[in-house]
Structure formats: C-alpha cells, structure tokens
Write a protein that binds this ligand. Structure first.
Ligand SMILES: N[C@@H](CCC(=O)N[C@@H](CS)C(=O)NCC(=O)O)C(=O)O
Length: 204
C-alpha cells in the first residue's frame, strides 16, 4: 500500500503513527505541496479535495481523509485496537476524536492559513481578526484538555487510542508551525504529551 505524504505535513503523520502502532508497512510517496502536486488533475482523481494523505491500495483504489484511512487499517489489522471494541468504547472514542477535529484542529487550521508562513506564499487573502480569535480559542481548548487530563491518563480514558494521535499531531504542528505552543502551566497536558511522545510511533 502507498501513502501519499509530505514531510512535516500533520495529517499524513496521523496515518503514519497509526500504521506504526500496528506495525503496518506503508510505501511513502512524496506529494510536494509546495509545488502544487496535490492539485494536479491526476492527483484529484485520487483525492477529490486535493489534499493528503491518500492511501492507494495495491489494486489502485484510493482512500482519502486520515480517519477513513485509519479505519481501513484498523479493519485489515485489528490489533492493537485503536478505535474501540465495545459499542460504548467505539462511540466514546469517536466523540473524543471529533471534539479534537472540530474544536481544536479547525481552530489551529484557521490560525495556520491566516498566519505568517502561509501569508508568505501570497495565495490567500488573510484575515487578521480570524487568527486572533482562533489563537484564543486554541488556548482555551488547551486549558479544557488540561482539566480533563487531570483525571484521565489518555484522551479517551485509560488507554492509548486514535484520539491521542489526533491530539499529538495537532499540538506538535501548532507548536512548530503556528506558534501555538501550550502554556507551560498546563502541567497535565504536558504530562500527557511527554508520555505519548515517548512511544516509538511518535517519531514518525
Ligand atoms: N480532513 C483531512 C485534512 C487533510 C489536509 O488538510 N491535508 C493537508 C496536509 S496536512 C493538505 O493536503 N493541505 C493542502 C491543501 O489544503 O491544499 C484529513 O484528515 O485527511
């Protein structure tokens, strides 16, 4: 299986960490976002939204969206389980993952597209007020996570799941590329980040 990737891109990293946790080997194909390789007609056939990651199966069929790709990997390689195994656990992990995607990743994304690195590309009209608001919302969400992680070890309770991968990649990207490093006072969040970063998969 091939994974269309770009070094440093956070969404392909989610899939690479997920696959590493399951010891699944993926052939990584670089799709150069800086050169616009993700917007070519050939690539749009693989990924209608013109985004990476994309998983290409050996028969040529493609799957886009990191969670959809991870679900496929979970189906073909069920252990270790990362999406939940009981009806409640499946739904709870899904809800935690959706909180992170809809309430954190979305805000980090707004700060990113309205921030200096994307600004230098000159491709979008940037909105300063949008960035100010999403920076603030990201900080508030970090505080909420810090409170939650005072009483749970991992994002969805007492074991590592796909939701931890979603949060790790969000925080690492926000810290390195968006200047949204969590405040050092958020000690529960830092405790969690240290533990999760020590897993070999996090080196992806
Ligand atoms: N919801 C998508 C987001 C994919 C995404 O935004 N990928 C970024 C790279 S991390 C991308 O391809 N950006 C290029 C663009 O949006 O044009 C997923 O989870 O896979």
């Amino acid at each position: 299986m091939k994974l269309y990737d770009y070094n440093g891109a956070p969404n392909p990293r989610r899939v690479k960490i997920f696959a590493a946790e399951k010891d699944i080997q993926l052939e990584l194909i670089q799709c150069d976002l800086a050169k616009g390789e993700h917007k070519t007609p050939e690539f749009i056939v693989k990924s209608p939204s013109g985004k990476i990651p994309v998983l290409e199966l050996d028969d040529g069929r493609c799957i886009s969206e990191s969670v959809a790709i991870c679900r496929y990997l979970e189906e073909i390689h069920p252990e270790p389980n990362l999406f939940g195994s009981t009806p409640y656990e499946l739904a709870y992990i899904e809800s935690r993952n959706r909180h992170l995607e809809l309430e954190l990743w979305t805000q980090i994304g707004i700060s990113w597209v309205n921030g200096p690195i994307v600004g230098r590309l000159g491709r979008f009209k940037q909105i300063k007020e949008a960035k100010e608001s999403s920076d603030k919302n990201t900080g508030k969400f970090y505080e909420r996570l810090n409170d939650e992680l005072a009483v749970i070890q991992f994002v969805a309770g007492d074991r590592y799941t796909v939701a931890d991968i979603t949060l790790l990649t969000a925080i690492d990207f926000a810290t390195a590329m968006v200047d949204l490093k969590p405040d050092p006072d958020l000690t529960n969040l830092y405790r969690w980040h240290k533990e999760v970063s020590e897993r070999p998969s996090s080196k992806m």
